[in-house]
Design a protein around this ligand. Sequence first.
Ligand code: TAP
Length: 517
Amino acid sequence: FVEIVKNLRQGSSASGVEVPFEGFIMRANKREIPVPTQLFINGEFVNAERNDTLDIINPTDEALICKVACASRNDVDKAVQAAHNAFYGSWKQVSARQRGQLMMKLADLMEQYKEDLATIESVDSGAVYTLALKTHIGMSIDAWRYFAGWCDKIQGSTIPVNPARPNNVLTFTKREPIGVTGLVTPWNYPLMMLSWKMAACIAAGNTCLIKPAQTCPLTALKFAELTVKAGFPPGVINVVPGQGSGAGQAVADHPLIRKLGFTGSTPIGKVIMKSCADSNLKKCSLELGGKSPLVIFADCDLDKAVKHGMSSVFFNKGENCIAAGRLFVEDRIHDEFVRRVVKDIRTMTIGDPLNRSTAHGPQNHKAHFDKLIEFCRRGVKEGATLVYGGKAVPNTKGYFFEPTVFTNVEDEMFIAKEESFGPIMIISKFNGSDVDSVMKRANRSEYGLASGVFTKDISKALSFAERIEAGTVFVNVYNKTDVAAPFGGFKQSGFGKDLGQEALNEYLKTKCVTIEF
Ligand code: TAP
């Protein structure tokens, strides 16, 4: 039950909030959580210039949670100016080690408020609370801690170049921040997508503004409040909720932004890349869509394959960029695999994401939910066998979609090629004696984000890992990501890694200095 108290004006008052903001109190999960609803620019919560707002809808019951300020181009410009001033001003005075300490402090605060953050995320995005706590928020905290550790370890090298005798020469490189960075993120893991990008960006010494997805910006705003408590100088981190076509496009177009980190769909990624080129040739990294293949050989541990096969599709109600978009199951175990999956689906508790026993919450928002209904309709029309689901959970409010299984899916069908981004398992058979053919089918996609294989045969597994065209390969496991391991796709799934040491490169530039002596 989410009780909303509107029009809160928080000051440094009873709740201990140190930055004043207008917002509301979310009463949910036996908690009372003050949540800001304004833009966060230059260390302050402010209204949007034109007082435009976004309606924030609870996907569990379709009720209006609150209205959030919606940034215009001018508001984005103010945030950019603030980030620009901070980059050339106060942020320059903060040493690399101090930067790491600030990030650690922020992570500690996120840990302290993790139940609040997970509750907001669960209400706003429909994520099951236990998952929100462990993954959405837990991995966000890990990301801030991991990248905090890098701050004072970003270093260049000395390079033995040819001197012009009799002189000597010293050449060394410096790794420098790029400058003002724009971040644009999707709605599936709102705080985690923010953290994956922003932690690397800040660790590298940049300042930034983020345009979170318009459907669920609330944890980003709560996070903004924590950055003030942590002591970040004004302007280093700015949060500007708004529409993609307005605020998002303004970020891509802005001439003072030197780097754009984007996660979202492939079509919007292409628009953004063009805008980055046309505006000021800003560097960009794009984490885009996927249709990741999961190949299950008959010689696998079937219990494990069923368990991970389920989570490869249904984790976070399928709103997972690395979700297995297509399962290839060897013909000898195909029927048994399908039987077990359907049996397990029948035991899944679907309902209120705040309820601890719930395994499957509502889809994020209505347009997405409608798209899933249409996706399944097309699958049926093209002749795939709908084994389970394919429709809304009957007699409920909210965007609850039944976990779905299709079999007999042919390679040329729409559902075999397009990403659903929902809880829809797409199964095709393959003949185990023809590994070449299943590899070709697995690679026959313009996407290349993730992949997986289940087999007890190490040679088969390694051969799969070598031949698959995907940035991530899981062997006998799925969804096993870690903040220390690089993450990102090939082909039209984009370029530029999130996470791991490689992510820092996305937010740094190299300067080469040569001295003759
Ligand atoms: P998009 O529609 O691409 O939206 C992503 C973000 O871009 C949102 O904040 C959106 O704003 C904004 N945007 C839209 N048009 C824009 C424009 N012209 N200029 C600048 N920004 C613009 O994707 P989505 O539907 O939110 O997310 C689902 C997609 O993200 C899926 O394809 C999924 O695979 C992908 N995804 C990929 C990954 C990785 S790591 N590869 C991770 C998560 C999700 P609005 O909120 O206003 O639309």
